[in-house]
Design a protein around this ligand. Structure first.
Ligand code: BES
Ligand code: MN
Ligand code: MN
Length: 462
């Protein structure tokens, strides 16, 4: 292990250089204009996977973006870890809010990252975190005895719902057989407060359209007599939450798993400063479901949010117009036991039922995903815990996250195994936002911790 760690410290500059190369390719999965770059990213990765020492490296075509696969089978008697990650990124816009180019990585120091952080789209989510695994593997392959069998599966469609990866997992179930899945696509509480993610929320994502009159109208001639789709949509959306910020869709909470008072007390012991939270967001106060703390609102409670809304005149100056339609994109984060299709159906029925006469409402579901929870009494959790103890000098705290990685529930369904969500990012790293970044501390800490995970996992799994 000493050799492995030495190799890592001797190669830090190169590890950053290589990540820079990766970050320069704009692998935006949502926008077809970037399809070629997405492919180039897959090719770059396949190349690096090979040179790190993986066998059977292959780029698998899908109906969408390709999947990069590689493996190192050391001994069939050893446990097998499937490492998952994603090389696609979110769109960079609004681009004018970036201080430097989203695909021109640079290192800058920040208050939270005094040692410097890499600024680029995907730096944290998930190129930086995924690439740690290839570098940890390279180090182990050079200087250690790899104590497990390894399979790498890196996809290019996580940010658009992982539909084709789901199909791939079912088709190649035998090839992908494993004892556990390991991924780094979540966060720690702070750099001096390590944590392991033990829950992810599910997702139901919906687009709605409200259509009124057959054309845009003069808002003086017709206003007040004809339903205005933007007014109507605003009222419909506002009615989806009551004064306690509870979601009003009938049946929405039916399947929600309530935590015991003890469980809630335990999770609220996690270090969290509401003052710092508000300060970091420049808000006077937080807002959410009555009776729950901010930690609970962002992990064990379901939510409903408008992600985008548009319609009418938004150009310069004033145009007096009563628009013919209005649209919105709405997401609901789901918690254990809630079923994305059931929730989507409840939303659809309710939203259609509250539409007033005089407008037509259409509800179109987008991708969704199941929530996931992982137990803490397994060899894989214990291995991650010991690995982080080793490198952080502190026992990591188990914590549920508010984000979603829908494929994790599918891994459990198809492979029958749990996942270890050993992420190293920070919630303040601005993933999906302008100026996304990833701390050098976090990048190297990840690379250093991963080999220990394999060591302890192989010992505990026996
Ligand atoms: N890595 C994130 C999920 C995440 C972020 C989990 C931070 C925990 C902490 C992932 O890439 C992501 O953004 N997922 C999407 C869902 C997907 C279906 C688009 C999300 O959570 O919005
Ligand atoms: Mn991610
Ligand atoms: Mn993401």
């Amino acid at each position: 292990m000493e050799n492995v760690q030495n190799f890592i410290s001797e190669n830090k500059d190169r590890f950053v250089e290589e990540l820079f190369e990766l970050l320069r390719i704009p692998s935006v999965s949502a926008d077809p204009a970037y399809a070629n770059d997405v492919r180039k990213t897959a090719e770059y990765l396949a190349d690096k996977m090979k040179s790190a020492g993986a066998d059977q490296v292959e780029i698998f075509e899908t109906a969408g973006h390709p999947i990069v696969y590689g493996e190192k089978i050391v001994d069939p008697n050893l446990p097998t870890v499937l490492v998952y990650g994603h090389y696609d990124v979110q769109p960079a816009d609004p681009i004018e809010l970036w201080d430097s180019g989203p695909f021109e990585p640079v290192i800058k120091k920040t208050e939270i990252h005094p040692e410097g952080a890499i600024f680029a789209r995907g730096a944290c989510d998930d190129k930086g975190q995924m690439y740690m695994h290839l570098k940890a593997f390279e180090a182990m392959n050079k200087h250690g005895n790899i104590p497990v069998n390894l399979k790498f599966m890196i996809e290019g469609e996580e940010e658009v719902g992982s539909v084709n990866l789901g199909i791939f997992c079912k088709e190649y179930k035998d090839k992908l057989a494993c004892d556990v899945v390991l991924l780094s696509d979540t966060s720690v509480i702070a750099n001096d407060t390590p944590s392991i993610t033990v829950g992810l929320r599910g997702l139901s994502y919906i687009e709605v359209e409200v259509i009124g009159p057959n054309r845009d109208l003069h808002s003086g001639v017709y206003g007040g007599a004809v339903a205005n789709p933007i007014n109507v949509l605003s009222q419909m959306i506002a009615s989806l939450q009551d004064e306690n910020k509870r979601i009003t869709i009938p049946g929405f909470y039916d399947d929600v798993e309530d935590l015991s008072d003890e469980e809630r007390a335990a999770m609220n012991k996690a270090p969290f400063s509401l003052d710092n939270y508000k300060k970091s967001l420049a808000i006077e106060d937080v807002m959410g479901e009555t009776g729950y703390t901010t930690l609970e609102r962002t992990s064990i409670r379901p939510t409903l949010d408008v992600n985008g809304i548009w319609g009418g005149y938004i150009g310069e100056g004033a145009k007096t117009v009563l628009p013919s339609k209005a649209n919105a994109k709405i997401s609901m984060r789901l918690v254990p036991n809630q079923h994305p299709e059931t929730i989507t159906k409840l939303f659809q029925d309710h939203f259609e039922s509250i539409a007033p006469e005089g407008v037509k409402v259409t509800v179109s579901p987008h991708h969704g995903g199941f929530p996931a929870v992982t137990p803490t009494n397994t060899p894989e959790y214990k291995a991650a815990e010991k690995a982080m103890e080793q490198t952080y000098g502190k026992t990591p705290i188990p914590q549920r996250s508010g984000g979603s990685i829908p494929i994790v529930a599918l891994f459990e369904e198809v492979f029958g195994v749990k996942s270890v969500l050993m992420g190293f990012g920070l919630n303040s790293d601005d993933i999906h936002s302008p100026n996304e970044h990833y701390g050098l501390f976090n990048y190297f800490k990840g690379i250093e911790t991963i080999p220990y995970f394999f060591k302890y996992y192989s010992e505990l799994k026996k």
